[in-house]
Design a protein around this ligand. Sequence first.
Ligand code: AHM
Ligand code: MG
Length: 335
Amino acid sequence: MESFGITVTEHLLIHQKENPYATGQLTRLITELIFSAKIIEREVRKAGLVDILGMTGDVNIQGEKVRKLDVFANQVLIYRMQRSGVICAVSSEENADIIEVPDDLPKGSYLIIFDPLDGSTNIDVNVNIGTIFSIYRKITEGTECATEDFLRKGYEQVSAGYFLYGTSTMLVYTTGEGVHGFTLDPSVGEFLLSHPNITIRETGRTYSINESNLMYWDERIKKAVNYFKSSENLRGKPYNARYIGSLVADFHRNLFDGGIFMYPADKKDPSKPKGKLRLLCEAAPLSFVVEQAGGAATDGKQRILDIKAESLHVRTPLFIGSKKDVEMATKIMTE
Ligand code: AHM
Ligand code: MG
């Protein structure tokens, strides 16, 4: 029979059929995430039109307050997730504490962590941004979620992935059975399977790091970066430098093309001794994805997925991408 595409729901249902314990709740949650992403995508696409339409300032033409896109994305996700019926609480990069589902709404046994609009400094310059998500099962007793439900090790994730608002909008996610990519077909408003079973090259050809931080790095980091810039490496010649400044976009390029993304600890900002990226809403979900694709992720010493979060917004150095490149960087970092 002629195929008219595989939707995310169809894809999830096929996998659910293979798992006799599946209840359909995760499918429900991911369906709500997809709806949220479509709303965010619609606003992202309009971002450049805001000035032209005279919608800057405090009030837009509908008389509504204009919100910054990252604030908007956060509000959409919290609203939709709270109404999914399958979670007990959410945690967002934008909020200091967890946000519980109100008592008048149905609750469930999942919890979700997200970075609503990663790379938000790139919004105003029409460069790729994304939404990163991470899903766990609740571990405490009762119907309420506690902060400790969120302070977990990354390998306990049930699902993780991201939406990339790029030249096309994509969903890339895993439920622990490989990594699958879906592309939004705007003409029908559906994400259709475009990249089944994504795998990352063992060795890449790209290194991604904000090299302007060089003066704040310690010697081991400089040595690791120089390894990729020299010809004394697995490639036998310098890797290409590519750095967008949106983690999700840098990660996505390296996932498809091979390579390593690094955001090490540095001495730039004494309040961020472990670098800039957050463990729970950035490093852990992308590490789950990369490992499922055959790659690796460490903090320069240990596997990211083995680190237990000490607090909701704890930061971590991140070395992520092609397995052999990450192993080599980690080796140099620990020598
Ligand atoms: P954000 O979540 O507030 O956008 O911040 C995280 C972003 C990442 O997307 C990106 O990798 C990093 O910050 C870039 O940082 P820098 O400008 O220091 O290179
Ligand atoms: Mg971010």
